[in-house]
Write a protein that binds this ligand. Structure first.
Ligand code: AGP
Length: 369
């Protein structure tokens, strides 16, 4: 009902706008605002498991799988533990190699996704320690795991996942910091940079949300595009995948996410004036490379919407349109960048007259295999 939507026309828009406060709930009691120390009880209770883990395997589907790709990057760089990310549906049917010193992390908003639950059961049978990152308290996956951390972002009603994604990445960042500290693989300076940026996330997202009117204008320009390419590198490659998935799900426009440098290995053949590219080019250690990838697209007549920092000078010159975002620690930028991409998908779907909260052929949780 209208009341439940809190005055917003759709649950999805409400959930996008809730993100500053859902991240307050996600972080509450887990990061000390005075010392920036991160504490996750699910990690503290199983400290030895995490300190001695030989490998971490994420199992998930859809948006939760995209968040897991970011988790892979966070954990490998902060904890120096090798990580694999698996589609739960592929993992479970492959007779996977699972050892007792592996940690399997199951990521699921609903906690009811059938393939993810089956992957959890398989991993437990094989003797792995299984950790859950779920939203729904007491859900099947939350109950089937040995330990876990809830994302605490409140009920997500829109079929397109938004606040769960930012909550998942936030929990993964806290997990990586907590484990990195125990394993002594993270410097104090980096630990504090990331944990204080996490504390400021709610304010940062309030800032990001101010781009909504500008994104709505862009959505109007591109409502009738038939295809989209989303590009990013590093931490923002999964953000590109997630942006493309949002657009597909609710607007029914074909969209693909790619690591920017892969374009020249095939997909750049698709580029012409009818194929818009959403390029994520916020400042990070691959910025210069991304800038030249964008230049290659421009040279082939492609239209470019670039997500950039406010003080960007270089990419701005090759882009047709820009979306400006605040810049925080590189590893947390997917949380920032995903917000305008959620809004872009949302407004395009609204302009196309789609059923935003309940897109055709989709269910909120996929409880069939
Ligand atoms: C996200 O927008 C999708 N609706 C879908 O990919 C979803 O993330 C996937 O089905 C996994 O759901 P879960 O997180 O509840 O397991």
């Amino acid at each position: 009902s209208q009341l439940e939507k809190g005055g917003y026309p759709h649950f999805m828009l409400k959930e996008i706008y809730e993100q500053p406060s859902t991240l307050v709930d996600c972080i509450r009691g887990r990061i000390n605002p005075d010392t920036c120390e991160v504490k996750l009880s699910g990690v503290i209770d199983h400290r030895e498991k995490f300190v001695n883990a030989r490998r971490i395997i994420f199992v998930a589907c859809g948006t939760s799988w995209h968040a897991s790709l970011i988790g892979e990057h966070l954990i490998e760089s902060i904890c120096r533990i090798p990580v694999e990310v698996e589609y739960a549906s592929e993992f479970r049917y492959r007779n996977p190699i699972i050892r007792e010193d592996d940690i399997v992390i199951a990521v699921s908003q609903s906690g009811e996704t059938a393939d993810t639950l089956a992957a959890v059961e398989l991993a437990r049978k094989a003797g792995a320690f299984v950790f859950g990152i779920c939203n729904v308290v007491g859900s099947s996956i939350a109950r089937a795991t040995d330990s876990g951390a809830y994302i605490h972002v409140g009920p997500e009603i829109g079929v397109a996942s938004t606040k769960a994604f930012t909550g998942q990445v936030t929990v993964m960042a806290m997990l990586a910091l907590a484990v990195g500290r125990e394993r002594e693989t993270v410097s104090d300076a980096y630990y504090h940079e990331v944990s204080s940026a996490l504390l400021y996330l709610p304010e940062t997202l309030e800032e990001v949300l101010k781009v909504a009117p500008q994104v709505a204008d862009l959505a109007k320009i591109f409502t009738y595009a038939h295809n989209f390419i989303y590009l990013g590198r590093g931490y923002n490659y999964p953000t590109a995948l997630e942006g493309a998935l949002k657009l597909k799900e609710i607007s029914y426009i074909h969209a693909e996410g790619y690591p920017a440098a892969e374009m020249k290995h095939g997909p750049i053949a698709l580029i012409d004036a009818e194929m818009p590219t959403v390029a994520i080019a916020t400042p990070d250690h691959t910025y210069e490379k991304t800038a030249s990838n964008i230049e290659e697209i421009r040279a082939r007549g492609g239209k470019i919407i670039a997500v950039i920092a406010r003080d960007d000078r270089q990419v701005r010159r090759s882009a047709d349109y820009v979306i400006e975002v605040p810049v925080i620690a590189e590893c947390l930028m997917p949380i920032v960048v995903s917000v305008p991409l959620q809004l872009l998908a949302y407004y395009i779907a609204v302009y196309k007259g789609r059923n935003v909260d309940q897109p055709r052929n989709l269910a909120k949780s996929v409880t069939v295999e």
